[in-house]
Write a protein that binds this ligand. Sequence first.
Ligand code: GRF
Length: 188
Amino acid sequence: VNIAIFASGTGTNAAEIIRYFKGHNDIHVNLIVVNKSHAGVFKVAENNQVPAILINKDSFYNESFLEVLGDYKIDFIVLAGFLWLIPSYLVKAFEHKMLNIHPALLPKYGGKGMYGEKVHQAVIQNKEKESGITIHFVNEQFDEGEIVFQEKCEVSELDTPTTLAQKIHQLEHKNFSRIIEKVMNHAN
Ligand code: GRF
């Protein structure tokens, strides 16, 4: 079965997922879909010889995009720092076959505009004692699909958005690939 990773940023999660599944018997990362022309994740794709394509809104919000995924024989989608709302045709085609990772404990600190630094800033501003990661299935709303996995970390008084982001990235890299594997094994 083949994964497409959708990403818009640096791609550290994408890199870790590719590393984890390299040489895997059944699961392959076949494609990276990117919506920003200068995203660091292009370098990750190049370094690992995974095909990467740049999409624009017109192509993404048109059902014919399914044909592109079909060309790469994609069975499962992983959102790793991808900021566009997923269109309904894609949610339906990949029901229970599309996961997102969010850098906080949903349902808190999710929704439109809650991404990256902004999440960590809000957590710190509200003096939360803990934050963490949420891995969830994707539906038509930002960050609202069924939760599959969460892990917490402590937020100390000394934490800044940068240090909290580092802690959260560690949790993401530790857990995301194995949860993807678990869900995929279950789905097939
Ligand atoms: C991660 O923190 C993820 O939770 C969020 O976007 C970030 C992507 O980071 N959805 P990277 O590009 O994988 O380093």
